[in-house]
Design a protein around this ligand. Sequence first.
Ligand code: PGA
Length: 257
Amino acid sequence: MNKAKRKTVIAGNWKMNKTPVEAAQLIYDINDKISKMDTKGCDIIACVPFVDIDAAVKAADGTDIKIGAENCHWAKSGAFTGEISADMLKACGVEYVIIGHSERRQYFGETDLTVNQRLHAALDAGLKVILCVGELLEQREQGITEEIVSMQTKIALLNVTEEQMKNIIIAYEPVWAIGTGKTATAEQADEVCGIIRKVIANLYSKKTAEATTIQYGGSMNAKNAKELLSMENVDGGLIGGASLKAEDFSIIIQAAQ
Ligand code: PGA
């Protein structure tokens, strides 16, 4: 496997944080930091709450920061109170959307099947997807991490063509590492990202597996990013807490160069 064949992607997941005014300020602050750096080594994305999209898109205009959303619905439109369609996101200038985050699965009843439906809606609307998979602590302790992550990946990618894989990033996010300060070791992250890459190779081809960006997410921060990102199968990070601080986020971006 050749890491040079794929793009490193550093993405922030802001979760339920920041008002539109604060969102614009954070984008300005991040841009201020990264405009002094050579960032050619990676793509930079900020995935923001729906209500912040307009402010974030405007603030990021003319910068290297791309804007993503944190979820989308599977239908084009209709009676789905409180939901947002992929077409609506696209119309607002969004380029990326996170699908299947473990917080959606844990707290909002998201299933592997709805993850697959939402992923198709996003691709059909012309959005790029950051697909999240990852095991619970009990599952790791039971020794079924490989089975769980492989199953989540396969179901999420049902009926996704090899061509469409060009628009999909996968984020391996062990649930026990998210927001807990308990990071997977670089070896654990590399191992599971490698397992996901094998699933892609079996579903599609070695070429597509080698070209697919697979991120690690879960308490990645300014201190541990360099080691995690140096691993063969870890092609970037999906960062929650540390993406809310321009200083820390820019150190992670620097570590990806
Ligand atoms: P964290 O979140 O970096 O705060 O652990 C990561 C994520 O949920 O994507």
